[in-house]
Design a protein around this ligand. Structure first.
Ligand code: 5GP
Length: 187
């Protein structure tokens, strides 16, 4: 059982307002996208489901939706190299790809995904992330993993809610909360 303490970081209203702004910005940037080669929007499972649902509904350009599964965290600790599960079956050749991520932390996950899609011949690859923790970025990824659309930049905190979990709990919290796990004495 998780016995943690929560503090509010972003309210539901703040997140929704920001998503509306991001959707407008993305729609402007991809204006002119043809119906016969729509923007390929890839939602990373499972943390980005709520963010991407709201973001995609705000887009005014033709888009196709698919999902990626990348597992990288266990509890509040990175699990090591991200494990890339569904992306192998997605054909990105010649496509403009928008990866929708919940949070970019060390940058490892997005680096793996972008390299994979670049190798497979995507026409362009951009990242939209609800949250970004730039202070946590691995040194060698600081120049290369730079999200194109960022909901909020946040400090080095472990957050839950709006799709983000702690060991599968708290995804459904309507606000973005900082989580301080009681038993995690090393942090
Ligand atoms: P990265 O590969 O950039 O280190 O990690 C990205 C992934 O780690 C995110 O998609 C997310 O699943 C997880 N992650 C990173 N920081 C947090 C956090 O503060 N809270 C939660 N719940 N997950 C996080």
């Amino acid at each position: 059982m998780n016995n943690g303490r929560f503090t509010l970081l972003k309210t539901n209203e703040e997140v929704k307002k920001r998503i509306t702004e991001l959707a407008a910005e993305i729609s402007r940037d991809y204006a002119g996208t043809p119906e016969d080669n729509p923007l390929l929007v890839l939602c990373t499972l499972r943390g980005a489901i709520f963010f991407s649902a709201d973001l995609i509904r705000g887009l005014t350009v033709p888009c196709e939706i698919n999902f990626l599964k990348v597992q990288s965290y266990q509890g509040t600790r990175p699990a090591g190299s991200p494990i890339f599960e569904l992306g192998e079956r997605i054909d990105v050749r010649g496509r403009d790809v928008l990866i929708v991520e919940d949070i970019v932390d060390t940058g490892q996950t997005m680096d793996t995904v972008m390299q994979n899609f670049s190798d497979k011949g995507a026409n362009s690859i951009r990242i939209a992330t609800m949250l970004d923790k730039p202070s946590r970025r691995y040194e060698h990824l600081k120049e290369t993993v730079v999200p194109d659309y960022i909901g909020f930049e946040i400090p080095d905190l472990f957050v839950v809610g709006w799709g983000l979990d702690y060991n599968e709990d708290y995804r459904m919290l309507p606000d973005i909360m900082v989580y301080h796990p009681e038993e995690d004495t090393e942090s």
